[in-house]
Design a protein around this ligand. Structure first.
Ligand code: PDD
Length: 285
């Protein structure tokens, strides 16, 4: 079965899914995106993802390609046409197509929109979570507006590649003061020796992860000890547990940082419990 993409008003097989060479996403990475989880054929946390998309668009002054209701329908139809039960839906909106020129194109230039969806292998993900992943730390060389979910991901690409070449699954990016900002495509967490969950506050060089926000609600619901503050690489080395959160990996235990085992080198109890309970807190509509 060929995969189907929604591109500027039409559902087309991927082989025929085209965006113009003068699209500003292609020319300038002038666009934003979202990745939502699909579970049992349903969208997870759609409202939070749509609120973040709104914010990304308005921070960059890119127009809405369509109403939120229409976008919800397009996402569902893309999931349906691709017969995805468990996986992700990806959507990207750019400032549209116009003769290459740095300032914004004239008023009325239509934003471009692409929606795709793909299945993931549940069994493989669960196996990965049972084993946990390795991360490596490296300097965070990104721009200062990483709170916007922009498609300008070159530093993230380089970080992931470096992680892969070092045998790790994720890169943890580190600010000038030796504190972890976040993963190349996830938010970073530790559990201290005293059992306190720690993650970096918003507005200090991280993307406001939707999975992060749902995990925060879960932590509050369960009454777990929590501190929202930056943590250093050294603290992470000494942590009892570590994990990352993202829509595609959910809560993924980290068992090794820069080649050193975290805790006893196996996925921690807190991370595993948060993963197990995640969908009891997530919203399905
Ligand atoms: N990445 N931080 C960064 C830099 C990210 O790229 C992501 C998500 C997150 C976690 O956000 P959320 O919980 O909303 O997925 C944090 C997506 C999954 C991606 O680029 O594929």
């Amino acid at each position: 079965m060929s995969r189907i993409a929604y591109v500027n008003g039409q559902y087309v097989p991927h082989a025929h899914a085209m965006i113009g060479i003068e699209d500003r996403g292609y020319q300038f990475a002038d666009g934003v995106y979202e990745v939502c989880e699909v579970r049992g054929g349903r969208l997870v946390d759609e409202r939070r993802h749509m609120a973040r998309l709104d914010r990304s668009l308005s921070e960059l002054r890119i127009g809405h390609p369509m109403s939120p209701a229409a976008l919800g329908m397009v996402m569902r139809e893309t999931i349906r046409r691709n017969r995805v039960r468990d996986g992700i839906v990806y959507l990207q909106v750019t400032r549209g197509e116009m003769k290459r020129d740095f300032p914004f194109p004239p008023e009325g230039t239509r934003p471009s929109i692409v929606v795709t969806s793909r299945s993931h292998n549940n069994a493989r993900n669960e196996k990965a979570a049972e084993a946990g992943i390795a991360v490596v730390t490296m300097p965070d060389i990104r721009w200062q507006r990483v709170d916007i979910k922009s498609v300008a991901l070159l530093p993230n690409v380089l970080a992931k590649q470096q992680a892969r070449e070092q045998g790790a699954k994720e890169a943890w990016l580190v600010d000038g003061e030796g504190r972890v900002t976040e993963g190349a495509s996830s938010n970073a967490w530790i559990v201290t020796r005293d059992g306190v969950l720690v993650t970096r506050p918003l507005q200090t060089g991280i993307l406001p992860g939707i999975t992060r926000s749902v995990v925060l609600d879960l932590i509050a619901r369960e009454g777990l000890g929590f501190e929202e503050r930056p943590f250093t690489v050294q603290e992470a080395y000494e942590a009892r547990e570590a994990f990352v959160t993202s829509a595609s990996q959910l809560v993924m235990p980290v068992v090794q940082i820069d080649g050193r085992p975290v805790g006893n080198g196996a996925p921690g109890l807190v991370a595993s419990a948060l993963r197990r309970d995640y969908h009891s807190q997530a919203e399905f509509i």
